[in-house]
Design a protein around this ligand. Sequence first.
Ligand code: GLN
Length: 276
Amino acid sequence: MRTVSEALRRAIELSPVSDSPRLDVELLLSWVLGKERVWLYTWPETELSDAQQAEFDRALSRRRKGEPIAHIMGEREFWSLPLYVNASTLIPRPDSERLVELALALTESAPSGRALDLGTGTGALALAFASERPAWEVTALDASTAAIELARRNARRLGLERVRCLHSDWYSALPMDERFELVMSNPPYIADCDPHLNRGDVRFEPRSALVAERQGLADIEHIVNLSPRHLLPGGWLLIEHGWEQGSAVRELFTVRGFRAVRTEQDLNERDRVTLG
Ligand code: GLN
């Protein structure tokens, strides 16, 4: 038998693969035990059952091989919503919560309307927005059928079945004249030669959710060019991008005729979302 505090000490085993070994072990152990993280420090002498011990060993050995915590646990919290996660989509990032904040700020005085999330993956942006704007009609599109299945599961889990999840390569499945007050997207925007792709969790995420041609700008350009015909007058387009892409993305918006174009920063005070 082993205790909670002994199990936590196994964080050391994760230091070769993780920047946050202690946090990782806390997350995995609290998941195995079905407790909040704070519980681990309230009851450090609790003994793990054989089954819990075996499950914790399995989780730790997957993490030692570099697998993301979110894949081992099968879920990740975004906007305080628990979302199922698997290898078919990007793992939602805290940086993308900035996009949700901006979308909410833009729609504060509009009790109802129509919003669209392009390339929804787990459904994170669409579901977070829908949870805060109950009277809005929200649509989520993704070119991956596995992603759309996952987004639907997440919608059901959160009681947000009203979010329409459709299989679509960007706008392709929508009627030409279908328009929205708000279109948001966290598209792939990493250049294929970026060394970031060879490190950490991204190695386990689908390339199709991460990498875009033309230095990572090809999909953003495609979305910017197609969006005007799907936006209502006065509607907004919000796109997440890399921290070095702000001026290039503003240029794409401006060339396509968008007004009030600006870039907002993420939690690390780096350019992250352009809107217009
Ligand atoms: N921000 C993510 C990363 O740097 C990438 C997200 C994306 O490509 N949409 O890992």
